[in-house]
Write a protein that binds this ligand. Structure first.
Ligand code: NAP
Length: 256
């Protein structure tokens, strides 16, 4: 076979257009930087952090890459539709979609408000539905595409105090597996990445005692970095993972 006689050809991101939601900071920012470093033009989505998204764009451009910032609240179905139309109008295609935007509103179930339940589900789960729903018809026409949903080990294992968040992240796993089955025959791969305990603003907000307890449950004995997650996303976004779909891959130092 020809493939067996070829040396490695890289991960094939040059010339690809990648939309990364919530990419102004944290894990999304690291994903944007790694994808751009591998040659993709990255659309850096933000909701509240416009300035920080512009900084990510500047950092990518300074390093010789291509990026632009695009604002949109992913929990808003119609706004996502407008974002997708704007992107397609300008670039004609999108090859990679990374649903990274996410929030926490932690509380024990007895104290969890309806509003905190709804807002977490609306951003983390419906947000991914919104972008996939609007982009999938273009992916289908192109007969190619990569969708990567950022879930969490909380969605795999459950976590006390995070029933809303765990439900949203477990929901993302169901969404991933179902959409993977629907789109597989058109050469579109849909996978979920489930990070463990990663050093970002989301985890910085945790009390010291909770951080210590979380780290003690990690066999590798340390929190992960945003780059640890971004490297896996880059693999799933590129041609090296073309026969992988419907999977949930944990980046968690052995936690699960
Ligand atoms: P973070 O530092 O709090 O960043 C959250 C990101 O989500 C921000 O860029 C934010 O954008 C964006 N976002 C929130 N609501 C949005 C909305 N309605 N529309 C568009 N963007 C929105 O969190 P992180 O730690 O980087 O987490 C990134 C993803 O990884 C999340 O899905 C999170 O659940 C998941 N995760 C994180 C960990 C961890 O340990 N850190 C573990 C497992 C999974 P703006 O600032 O522009 O609003």
């Amino acid at each position: 076979m020809e493939e067996e006689n070829r040396l490695g050809t890289g991960n094939g991101l040059a010339g690809k257009v990648a939309l990364v939601t919530g990419a102004g900071r944290g894990i999304g920012r690291a994903i944007a930087l790694v994808l751009a470093g591998q040659g993709a033009r990255v659309l850096v989505n933000y909701n509240g952090s416009r300035e920080r998204a512009l900084e990510v764009v500047e950092q990518i451009e300074t390093a010789g890459g291509q990026a632009e910032a695009i604002g949109c609240d992913v929990s808003d179905f119609d706004a996502c539709g407008r974002m997708v139309e704007e992107i397609i109008g300008k670039h004609e295609h999108v090859d990679i979609l990374v649903n990274n935007a996410g929030i926490t509103r932690d509380n024990l179930i007895m104290r969890l408000s309806e509003n905190d339940y709804d807002s977490v589900l609306d951003t983390n789960l419906k947000g991914a539905f919104n972008t996939i729903r609007h982009l999938s018809r273009y992916f289908l026409k192109q007969r190619r595409g990569k969708i990567i949903n950022i879930s969490s080990v909380s969605g795999v294992l459950g976590n006390a105090g995070q029933s809303n968040y765990s439900a949203s992240k477990a929901g993302l796993i169901g969404l991933t597996k179902s959409v993977a089955k629907e789109l597989a025959s058109r050469n579109i791969c849909v996978n979920a990445v489930a990070p463990g305990f990663i050093e970002t603003e989301m985890t910085a907000a945790l009390p010291e005692r909770a951080r210590e307890a979380a780290v003690s449950a990690i066999p590798m004995g340390r929190m992960g970095s945003a780059l640890d997650v971004a490297n896996l996303v880059a693999f799933l976004a590129g041609s090296m993972s073309d026969y992988i779909t419907g999977q949930v891959i944990c980046v968690d130092g052995g936690m699960t």
